[in-house]
Design a protein around this ligand. Sequence first.
Ligand SMILES: Nc1ncnc2c1ncn2[C@@H]1O[C@H](COP(=O)(O)OP(=O)(O)OP(=O)(O)O)[C@@H](O)[C@H]1O
Ligand SMILES: [Mg+2]
Length: 193
Amino acid sequence: MDKLKLRSTIEAARASIPEEERHAASVQIRESLLDQPWVQMAGLVACYWSIGTEPATHGLVFALWKHGTTVILPVLRDDDDLDWAVYDGPDTLAPGRFGIMEPVDTRRGVDTIRTAALVIVPALAVDRSTGIRLGRGGGSYDRALARVGPNVPTVALLHEGELLDGVPAEPHDLPVRYAATPGGIVRTAPHLP
Ligand SMILES: Nc1ncnc2c1ncn2[C@@H]1O[C@H](COP(=O)(O)OP(=O)(O)OP(=O)(O)O)[C@@H](O)[C@H]1O
Ligand SMILES: [Mg+2]
């Protein structure tokens, strides 16, 4: 299956999940992440502000921030690369390109993600054995993940059934080390440290 087809299959499946179930999934993902020592101990976390039927990250971002973690969120550039700005509470976001909420704080530059101790990214699917992720097609997260050091945990958030045996990939597609699903956190990519 090619990327376009798989994206539309998964988008359709996500749209068919009842609202309450999507909410419950987001809570399970948030709680299992917050239970991890490597999440609790990360001083700077790169995350994203979820949209539509994605597993919701709003509660996760808020909880991390309340805990004292510095959370950076992407600011989508005109060239589809990701700049980063610090989240400073629910009142500090404003709609950016495509209406996605972004921090109004100063843009810290595309290399800011290099300083994160944990990187949480969106995905439509992840390959369970290689960790290769399928995104929405901007290549934004492939560019961002290319700047993340090899020892930094990377996590994609998925709904049930989106961890697959095989995901269409091109040479620029980069893996994540974990997939966080409603059923728990799964280690992918055993070849990564
Ligand atoms: N490092 C990069 N630099 C420039 N362009 C890139 C880079 N990585 C990917 N792209 C471009 O982005 C486009 C979309 O890539 P791809 O289909 O992998 O998106 P995606 O992984 O689904 O999206 P995203 O990473 O935003 O979630 C491709 O045309 C690709 O050439
Ligand atoms: Mg990609």
